[in-house]
Design a protein around this ligand. Structure first.
Ligand SMILES: [Zn+2]
Length: 163
């Protein structure tokens, strides 16, 4: 469902190659803290391995079951510069034409903390989170309340307020 064409370039020490990826150009790969892909923890910080956590959504075409899972998978997509996934999960009313994540100074994502997940209606939810990252060695902190909607059994990111 999601057209995944990730370009990963800043992660180099250990590489993870999904077995079902069709073309080398589309390889989704990044530095994993574990010794192999089954031990490596997901960048979103659940403590689960990447294949059991956000990898299911980024690579296996599974659909996040709630807004928090989508939020986590979108954070992971940012850590992987996986722009296609971010656009595919962005609501069409607010989706930018492109993110150009690989242009300009690169974010080094350090971690995600979910502070709150509230579903205010069957098809509406908000997720409050803090994401930490560095650009050029300088640390930054993004604290945002994001809005999500459910349409045709899929959650989409709509927009957010930076706190
Ligand atoms: Zn994850």
């Amino acid at each position: 469902m999601y057209p995944i064409k990730c370009r990963i370039d800043e992660y180099q020490e250990q590489w993870y190659y999904p077995t079902n990826h069709p073309k080398p150009r589309q390889i989704l790969s990044f530095r994993m803290p574990g010794k192999n892909k089954t031990q490596a923890q997901c960048p979103c910080g659940t403590g689960s391995t990447y294949p059991e956590c956000c990898g299911r959504y980024l690579e296996q075409e599974e659909v996040p079951e709630h807004a928090e899972a989508l939020m986590r998978s979108r954070y992971t997509a940012y850590t992987l510069n996986c722009e296609d996934y971010l656009l595919a999960t962005w609501h069409s009313d607010t989706r930018p034409a492109a993110l150009n994540l690989t242009d300009g100074p690169q974010h080094k994502w350090l971690g995600l903390i979910i502070k709150k997940h509230e579903q205010s209606a069957p098809d509406q939810a908000v997720v409050e989170f803090v994401a930490r990252y560095k650009i050029g060695g300088k640390a930054h902190r993004l604290h945002e309340i994001s809005r999500f909607v459910l349409e045709e059994e899929r959650w989409f990111y709509v927009d957010g307020d930076i706190i």
